[in-house]
Design a protein around this ligand. Structure first.
Ligand code: AMP
Ligand code: GLY
Length: 417
């Protein structure tokens, strides 16, 4: 099978890498890609937001499957554009991607499907926002309705800050605060059949101890040894399947990756958010452990035949990802800093470097080119073992201004989670 991956991040590197090692895959192409993806795929300089350009590239290359990584192209209709040319595409349509593109839409679908989530109100005026804040009380949760690259959510005890965020957005969702650990559970779906992956946990804040502002994610591990044994079954039954069924009932089936961000509260599991694509960086450790051929699952999901293929299988053991970010992240980022030690680190099958914001200088040297620069992902017998190997890798990579948390998966490795 010939495949084309759309995107430039660490998630896309992990997906392209998993496709490249899949015996069923003969070619991996990527657009626009990055220097890490270039090691496993042929890159094409095509705008990932341009549906016609992506569909045209897929047609020219004669690929059998297009995999759209990030949310922005999905919401912009890239999967719809590819499917319009009768090319199989893993990723939801424009309409189905609204599960991530609009928080108000996601709430409406969850309500219709009876999916447990935080109580919420959609507000378009300062008066509505103020009334909703007072109805739910502190801590206040205010979410920009639209896509905001992980920066649209403010959680604060400061009522003025909550009001200011609401005023800065056109439309917000104000909701009840959810207490408890967060877990990411992904499902591959063809719009009907739902195959959950194993749970992962993401570390969203920039600093150790979960301090500082939210980021796209500074590290992740999978599986989650402390998760309740029935978590995957329960979430599939109460969240993933009902949501997929509701989308089909509306005539806008969701084909792709449904990402449920969950809070395990004292009152049970609640959905914090849906995303319409693989999570980043959770995908990196998940791909490192995936045993099933990825192309078979994604192609079956794209063509409505998921029930005909085996559910995903994962290796025993655990995988841990530690992200290295550039100076200034998440408020800004730094480019052009020379990265040393990344090239020699890949040691199959245990340690991988997945690139995100990297570039090659004219002289071939690897430099930073974005906020999250790369992730070191290691596989081990358990979380503690994988974590030790991942940090060994992080310590052997340097660039000016590098930021990495030192406590990714630390509590779970110590059995304290
Ligand atoms: P979201 O973009 O919806 O994932 O929100 C980003 C982060 O904000 C989440 O990962 C949570 O840590 C936090 N958050 C979102 N909604 C809530 C909520 N209702 N209660 C507590 N924290 C929340
Ligand atoms: N890791 C969080 C996300 O992908 O949205």
């Amino acid at each position: 099978m010939k495949t084309l991956v759309i995107g430039t991040g660490g998630r896309e590197h992990a997906l392209a890498w998993a496709l490249a090692r899949d015996p069923g895959v003969t070619e991996v192409h990527a657009a626009p890609g990055n220097p890490g993806i270039a090691e496993v795929a042929t890159l094409h300089d095509v705008d990932p937001m341009d549906a016609e350009a992506v569909a045209g590239l897929a047609e020219r290359l004669g690929v059998d499957l297009v995999v759209v990584g990030p949310e922005a192209p999905l919401v912009a209709g890239v999967a719809t554009g590819v499917r319009a040319r009768d090319i199989a595409c893993f990723g939801p349509s424009t309409e189905a991607a609204q599960l991530e593109g609009s928080k108000a839409f996601a709430k409406e679908v969850m309500e219709a499907a009876g999916v447990p989530t935080a109580a919420a109100r959609v507000c378009t005026t300062p008066e509505e926002a103020a009334a909703a804040l007072d109805a739910f009380g502190a801590p206040y949760v205010v979410k920009d309705d639209g896509l905001a690259a992980g920066k649209g959510v403010v959680v604060t005890d400061d009522r003025d800050a909550a009001l200011a965020h609401a005023a800065a957005c056109e439309r917000v969702v104000v909701e009840e605060f959810l207490d408890g650990p967060e877990v990411s559970l992904f499902a591959i779906t063809d719009g009907r059949t739902v195959y959950p992956l194993q749970p992962a946990q993401d570390f969203k804040r920039i600093f150790d101890g979960d301090a500082g502002p939210n980021t796209g994610g500074m590290g992740a591990y999978t599986p989650i040894p402390w998760a309740p044994a029935d978590l995957v079954d329960e979430v599939t039954r109460t969240v993933l399947q009902p949501t997929v069924d509701e989308m089909e009932r509306r005539g806008t089936p969701f084909r792709g990756l449904l990402y449920a961000g969950l809070a395990l509260t004292g009152r049970g599991v609640r959905v914090v958010e849906f995303n319409a694509r693989f999570g980043d960086p959770e995908t990196q450790p998940l791909m490192a452990l995936l045993e099933s051929p990825l192309s078979e699952l994604l192609y079956a999901a794209a063509t409505g035949t998921l029930a005909d293929v085996a559910p995903p299988r994962f290796r025993e053991g655990a995988a841990v990802a530690v992200v290295m970010a550039s100076r200034g992240y998440p408020e800004s980022s730094s480019s052009g800093d020379l990265i040393k030690g990344a090239e020699t680190l890949d040691r199959e099958p245990d340690v991988h470097v997945f690139h995100a914001g990297t570039a090659r200088r004219d002289d071939g040297q690897l430099v930073t080119a974005g906020g999250r620069v790369l992730a070191v992902v290691a596989v081990g017998a358990d979380v503690a073992d994988a974590r030790a190997k991942a940090y060994e890798g992080v310590h052997s990579i340097t660039f000016p201004g590098a930021q990495a948390r030192t406590d990714i998966a630390l509590r779970v490795a110590r059995g304290q989670a």
